[in-house]
Design a protein around this ligand. Structure first.
Ligand code: ADP
Ligand code: MG
Length: 760
């Protein structure tokens, strides 16, 4: 018995999935596994949990679980469903990595996929659930893929036990064959329920030309044109990152200011000032630091799916002439300048994952009377969230993605073209309530060159962290695991090899036939050390360092170094081209100051051998000592955001270490003393143990056949010479043996995060 308000009931009845309630529930009652496909906005995420609830799938000892690849969806969907059902957040709750509102009364639980994976580690049969919904399966996030593989085995196990578990996989209408036609995954093909999309036609307009890089500026001009010339209807703009979103919001608000009329509704539509956001984040951070002992490890990856889109401002004021004819409605100079026009108020809202939930929720409300809604979003609006009333979509065609270095496993964020499937998803956002228009800021020729679908995440990144987690679940023959799409065999082999070298897996036998040896190598069981490593939410190389740091009170230092290496990019970039003489001078001054500080942080005497890792340790120590303020960071060339993230990770790792060894009694000390000489010696051994496969040896004089080997190093992994990066404190030192954190290829192959070692 659910007591919904009449308005909610009315809105629900408009959703295509409501007409299918009976079909959906019959399929679920009669089959252990069901796939539900439907266009975004058809009501899958908000309604299916309610169907299940009303059919009695939740009780005092069983919860309905729903996973989302994105935190933003987990939070906002739990809120929406609670509201629709007139239930409190104690009953319809969410759990994401750092926070959640789950209680003993929780009946419907939204969570990120990483959270459920962690729960499987504690309770393989997931006994507290009667049904699990894997949402947004088409996104093919690595954890979602693994969950589907695991659940394909858990469901029959639960059936055998007489405690059946239902699995529902929900997806946009994309490539479901990877799930349905994969007999290793599901020996019996699960039924697929197709929900009618009730999509209105969307007219797609391509740009004649593709802007080289100023797509933000192009978005601005396009929104201005739409707003000035086209009939009522919301605008949704797709950009790639948080900074871009904010800068476009600012520009649009300046161009079409909306003055809040005090008498009209008490709603708070105030602009999200930078200060407000800062305050919100600060309060979030502070809460986390204070609540340290309670943080639990709910995710393996340090950066979840869409949390990487935080970078510095890419505000572009470049006013290249707009060259689009599709929207040629006789405009004169529209949008080219930012002259304020308050006669045409535009109600501009940002939307991205790290935005405060109450700000995110604003996009679902109707805009104030007399204004047009314009939502400037990152990829989150592509499928996870459906914004009502959108008639126009402006698609920059780009997405910020994480790329992994095959050799070093280190990732970076890059802005690339989206896939054709994504472009079509984005366009579809325009036709939910009436016929719409999608403006693609790239040419149709460029579109034809897009890949059809984006490849599943699992095929694109090194998998050593995933393999370690799977081994911790006692899945030894990883190669036999029913992946929806398996990672390349080389990636699996490389991961096992690294984990064996780190001691996380037991050594395979070295006798017997080569083929058997090879097979054994790909099915090594986890070692006790590996189990400890698996509890740390960082890359296995770094987890090894943590696991080795018990002695000599080295843990706080290792935790700090590992946090800094995981967060990366601690220091500001001073080499960027300056726009003016003045800026050039300023950069030069900042750089000089930073170089001075770098020397201080690098320490003296034997400490210096720890090289760049000592600099990281010193920088974090100094920053925390000063209270980790924005001004300290700015003065000393540190990135404030990175420093806050390091603080959060130090807290999380400290909790993790304490839970592994109860007697460690660690806490995050803001006044951490520098390590002693003896400790530095141990730290260097620890670093070598973790980065052993990243060892490089300086080329000896007698090997110098060629000039290109001058000052070069040789590694086990690469044929070509590698060099210490000029930003390293060891750049002039040139120690004989070094280990490095990563290799970055620019004009040469450069090692970054370098530390001197003395191999035995
Ligand atoms: P799907 O999962 O199939 O993409 P959803 O269940 O997410 O569909 O959305 C169904 C409808 O519910 C959409 O039309 C969306 O606009 C509406 N909706 C979702 N969340 C909210 C919210 N927080 N406030 C108002 N409407 C919402
Ligand atoms: Mg959904």
């Amino acid at each position: 018995p659910v007591d919904r308000t009449p308005e909610i009931q009315e809105a629900r009845l408009k959703l295509p999935i409501l007409a299918e309630e009976q079909v959906v529930m019959e399929a679920i009652n009669e089959n252990p596994i069901v796939i539900i496909c439907g266009e975004t906005g058809s009501g899958k995420t908000t309604q299916v949990p309610q169907f299940l609830y009303e059919a009695g799938y939740a009780s005092s000892n069983s919860t309905i679980g729903i996973t989302e690849p994105r935190r933003v969806a987990a939070v906002s969907m739990s809120q929406r469903v609670a509201k629709e059902m007139n239930l409190s957040h104690r009953e319809v709750s969410y759990q994401i990595r750092y926070e959640g509102n789950v209680t003993d009364e929780t009946k419907i639980k939204f969570m990120t996929d990483g959270v459920l994976l962690k729960e499987i580690q504690k309770d393989f049969l997931l006994s507290k659930y009667k049904v699990i919904i894997i949402d947004e399966a088409h996104e093919r996030s690595m954890f979602t893929d693994i969950l589907i593989g695991l659940l394909s085995r858990i469901v029959p196990l639960r059936h055998k036990k007489g405690l059946p578990l239902k699995l529902i996989i929900m997806s946009a209408t994309l490539r479901v064959e990877d799930f349905t036609d994969n007999t290793r995954l599901f020996s019996v093909k699960p039924p697929v329920i197709q929900v009618d999309a009730r999509q209105f036609p969307v007219t797609v307009h391509f740009n004649k030309k593709t802007p080289l890089d100023d797509y933000s500026g192009e978005c601005f001009r396009k929104v201005c044109k739409i707003h000035r010339m086209l009939p009522a209807g919301g605008i949704l703009v797709f950009l790639t990152g948080q900074a871009e979103v904010h800068s476009l919001c600012r520009r649009l608000r300046k161009a079409f200011p909306y003055q809040k009329n005090n008498s009209a509704g008490g709603e708070d539509d105030k602009e999200d000032s930078v200060e407000e956001i800062r305050k919100f984040k600060k309060s979030r951070k502070r809460r986390k630091v204070l609540a340290l002992p309670k943080i639990d490890l709910n995710s393996y990856s340090v950066v979840p799916v869409d949390e990487g889109d935080e970078d510095r401002d890419i505000d572009s004021d470049d006013d290249a002439a707009g060259s689009d004819l599709d929207l040629d409605l006789g405009d004169g100079d529209s949008g080219e300048d930012e002259k304020s026009d308050s006669s045409l108020p535009l109600f501009v809202l940002p939307l991205y994952s790290l935005l405060a939930p109450e700000k995110q929720a604003k996009v679902f409300r109707s805009p104030p009377a007399g204004t047009r809604l314009c939502v400037v979003a990152t990829n989150v609006a592509e499928t996870s969230l459906t914004i009502p009333g959108i008639k126009y979509v402006v698609d920059c065609g780009k997405v910020k993605r994480r790329f992994y270095d095959r050799i070093t496993g280190v990732s970076s964020f890059r802005v690339t073209w989206i896939s054709q499937a994504s472009a079509d998803q984005r366009a579809g956002r325009a036709g939910r309530t009436e016929p719409g228009h999608c403006y693609r800021l790239y040419s149709s020729a460029v579109f034809m060159d897009f890949e059809k679908f984006s490849a599943p995440e699992i095929t694109k990144r090194p998998v050593e962290d995933l393999i370690l987690q799977m081994k911790a679940l006692n899945i030894e023959k990883v190669i036999n695991f029913p992946f929806p799409t398996p990672p390349p065999t080389e990636a699996l082999a490389a991961a096992e090899e690294l984990l064996i070298a780190l001691g996380a897996l037991k050594e395979p036998p070295t006798t017997g036939r080569l083929k058997e040896q090879l097979a054994a190598k790909l099915s090594c069981p986890i070692s006790p050390l590996g189990r400890v490593m698996a509890t740390f939410p960082v890359a296995p190389r770094y987890a090894k360092m943590l696991a080795l740091s018990r002695q000599h009170d080295c843990l706080p230092y290792t935790i700090t170094i590992v946090s800094a290496m995981t967060v990366r990019e601690l220091f500001e970039e001073f080499d960027r081209p300056a726009v003016s003489e003045e800026e050039a001078a300023q950069l030069k001054g900042k750089r000089a100051r930073f170089l001075q500080m770098q020397k201080v942080w690098a320490g003296q005497g034997p400490m210096q051998k720890l090289g760049d890792l000592m600099v990281m340790l010193g920088a974090v120590g100094a920053c925390e000592y000063a209270g980790c303020t924005r001004s300290f960071c700015e003065e000393n060339g540190l990135r404030y955001k990175a420093m806050l993230e390091i603080r959060r990770l130090r807290g999380q790792l400290t909790t993790a270490v304490n839970s592994v060894c109860a007697d460690a009694g660690l806490y995050v000390d803001p006044k951490m003393k520098p390590p002693t000489e003896a400790q530095v010696t141990y730290l260097r051994q620890i670093v070598l143990a973790g980065l052993g496969d990243h060892l490089a040896r300086r080329i000896q004089a007698e090997e110098l056949l060629d000039d290109k080997w001058k000052n070069a190093y040789k590694t086990a992994l690469l044929e070509d010479p590698v060099f210490i990066h000029p930003s390293s404190v060891l750049f002039k030192e040139l120690p004989e043996f070094v280990v490095y954190q990563e290799i970055v290829e620019t004009t040469k192959m450069y090692m970054k995060g370098v530390s001197a070692v003395e191999p035995e």
